[in-house]
Design a protein around this ligand. Structure first.
Ligand SMILES: Nc1ncnc2c1ncn2[C@@H]1O[C@H](COP(=O)(O)OP(=O)(O)OP(=O)(O)O)[C@@H](O)[C@H]1O
Ligand SMILES: [Mg+2]
Length: 229
């Protein structure tokens, strides 16, 4: 079932905010979670805040309003089409005051670390690391087959669970495919394989394997899309 949305205006100590949220969520509780239940900060500039919201963890990021509206629209479209979700949208919080700014709230992917942390973790062997990279390439392939590019799938914009299942995050740069834009994302495969294999020859072989896997998953997804039309 696609998410049902609702918009509610709420008074806060900082002024009025307009919250576009899941119909089944209490927007007041969501605002309280954003204001009081912060449990972590993430990212180079610590701009992503992580909050407890009922049984969920949610991630909030602040943007200029126009940017937020556009990004949120893309996230909603991806969710509605159930094709290749990068992050599940939870809310758009339009703050009052000048300059106009808004927060995008998404579901935080629990129990994950970044691909970079995963590939640097000595507890995992080469096969598990390869599995994580292959899984990330497959997720990109699905996104591309759906007609979107990520544009910046570096190892901090991918998170991995302890089994090596990768998920894409960071919707900042996602755009609708324009011609051959999706040739850019797979360039990152070279970097991932370099992080797994210090040895140039092995890294090159695994890079090829990532590209093959990417192509196979993408072609299969495209065939399925055509068949279901
Ligand atoms: N939905 C999520 N699930 C799990 N982790 C997340 C999620 N969103 C963000 N993170 C964590 O927060 C970090 C920064 O998030 P994100 O990439 O969205 O922001 P950014 O603006 O690119 O930050 P940076 O300046 O670090 O690149 C990620 O590298 C990841 O560790
Ligand atoms: Mg990022």
């Amino acid at each position: 079932m696609p998410i049902k949305w609702k918009t509610t205006e709420i008074e806060t100590p900082e002024g009025k905010v307009k919250v576009t949220h899941w119909e089944k969520h209490d927007p007041q509780k969501l605002m309280e979670a954003l204001q009081h239940n912060q449990i972590d900060r993430k990212g180079k500039n610590s701009i992503v805040t992580v909050h407890k919201f009922g049984s969920h963890l949610i991630a909030a990021k602040l943007f200029w309003s126009r940017e937020a509206t556009n990004r949120f629209k893309t996230l909603r479209e991806l969710e509605r089409r159930r094709l290749a979700i990068v992050e599940t949208p939870v809310a758009l919080v339009e703050l009052s005051g000048e300059p106009l700014r808004s927060q995008i709230v998404t579901l935080y992917k629990k129990g994950t670390v970044t691909l970079k942390e995963f590939l640097n973790d000595l507890r995992y062997g080469v096969e598990t690391k390869r599995k994580a990279a292959l899984s990330a390439a497959a997720k990109l392939a699905l996104l591309h087959a759906a007609g979107f590019t990520h544009s910046h799938p570096h190892e901090n914009n991918i998170v991995v669970d302890k089994h090596g299942n990768a998920q894409l995050i960071d919707y900042k740069l996602i755009e609708k495919n324009i011609d051959s834009l999706d040739t850019r994302d797979p360039l990152y495969f070279e970097h991932w394989s370099g992080l797994i294999h210090g040895n140039t020859t092995t890294a090159e072989k695994f890079y090829q394997r990532l590209k093959d896997h990417y192509r196979q998953v993408k072609e299969k997804a495209q065939r399925q899309t055509i068949a279901s039309r």
